[in-house]
Design a protein around this ligand. Structure first.
Ligand SMILES: Cc1cc2nc3c(=O)[nH]c(=O)nc-3n(C[C@H](O)[C@H](O)[C@H](O)COP(=O)(O)OP(=O)(O)OC[C@H]3O[C@@H](n4cnc5c(N)ncnc54)[C@H](O)[C@@H]3O)c2cc1C
Length: 307
């Protein structure tokens, strides 16, 4: 019922019964009732207004590099930011601010800033997905994260209004960004970079490239399956508990990196969740540490299964 009413009021590209599996880096997931692709902030605001009135479930999707959707039919709407890719440079003498839409690719930011001799985004080399997704989860590597770059963020609020968060009005930490909430869209980000010597930028890029080389290459994954517990590494714990190579259906714990669960061929999202639950339980039994998922389980109200 809500779908019929909604379709006549949507002013952006949308599709019914959209297969989500090609949109997730893991290549899993079923179909969603409605898939909408706003191409600007106004269109996104109008979707949030409609949701506030009609109350349908809404899921935000960036690059799909850190999510799992259920295998069956997902009720509600997936809002994809992939068309929200606007970009604007604001250049000063020593510093440059880049304003991008939430759907702009993080890899493009790395590429473009490095080309311009700007420093700041080198740590994000090899982190796939969008700037909005990276901000929402404060993606990072090697002790640096997107929060370090954020000068200002504009969000679409649950009621469809816009809110600006200047630096100092938000907090961030390990995979944490204070404005992030299920019904709040990161629509625009202003990122600050400083001019640096070419050699320094190239050197930092080389270091992050070396760091990436230990991760599974070419496999379908959603990055690290679990967050690092305080003062420890989830990968180390999983490895020491013998999780490498464990398999449930088509889901496999990578031999290259124990915190990467890969789609070894025809995995279902149920396989991914079961394998994550198995790994979590093994680590808990052997070490007493309860690992928390880093991958976002979208449309699974119960979270990981318990055995
Ligand atoms: C090979 C590989 C390597 C990776 N390496 C790293 C790494 O080194 N460090 C790291 O932190 N992560 C890493 N990741 C995980 C992932 O790439 C990041 O978390 C990335 O920032 C997710 O962005 P996305 O656009 O793909 O978000 P999605 O996967 O689409 O969504 C992730 C979450 O963010 C929310 N979201 C997405 N866009 C928005 C938005 N505009 N506004 C509000 N919420 C939004 C979604 O609702 C969901 O909850 C890796 C993943 C892969 C596959």
């Amino acid at each position: 019922m809500w779908k019929t009413r909604l379709k006549s009021r949507l002013h952006c590209v949308f599709e019914e019964e959209k297969d989500l599996s090609p949109l997730s880096a893991l290549g899993v997931g079923g179909r969603v009732e409605l898939f909408a692709e706003p191409s600007n902030v106004e269109e996104a605001c109008s979707i949030f207004c409609l949701r506030a009135n009609m109350g349908f479930p809404l899921y935000i999707l960036g690059g799909g590099t850190n999510v799992v959707f259920p295998d069956g039919k997902l009720e509600g709407m997936v809002l994809s930011t992939r068309r929200m890719t606007g970009r604007r440079w604001m250049t000063g003498d020593d510093e440059t601010v880049l304003e991008v839409g939430g759907g702009h690719l993080l890899s493009s930011v790395v590429h473009e800033t490095v080309k311009e001799g700007l420093s700041g985004a080198e740590f994000a080399l090899g982190i796939p997905g969008t700037v909005g997704g990276a901000a929402a989860g404060n993606a990072g590597a090697g002790g640096r994260s997107v929060g370090d770059l954020l000068e200002e963020v504009t969000t679409v609020e649950a009621d469809g209004s816009l809110r600006r968060w200047k630096r100092g009005e938000f907090e961030y930490g390990y995979r944490y960004f204070s404005p992030a909430a299920p019904n709040r869209l990161v629509a625009l980000c202003r990122l600050r970079f400083r001019r640096a010597a070419r050699g320094d930028v190239d050197c930092a890029i080389g270091e992050f490239r070396r760091m990436r080389s230990i991760q599974p290459q070419g496999a379908r994954s959603a990055g690290c399956a679990f967050k690092n517990p305080p003062q420890d590494s989830a990968g180390r714990l999983l490895d020491s508990c013998g999780c490498k190579g464990l398999r449930v259906g088509g889901a496999v714990v990578s031999e290259a990196h124990a915190n990467f669960i890969v789609n070894g061929g025809n995995a279902a999202s149920g396989d991914i969740l079961q394998l994550m639950a198995l790994c979590r339980d093994i680590v808990f039994r052997k070490t007493g540490v309860r690992l928390e998922p880093e991958i976002k389980l979208m449309g699974f109200p119960e979270g990981l299964p318990s055995f």
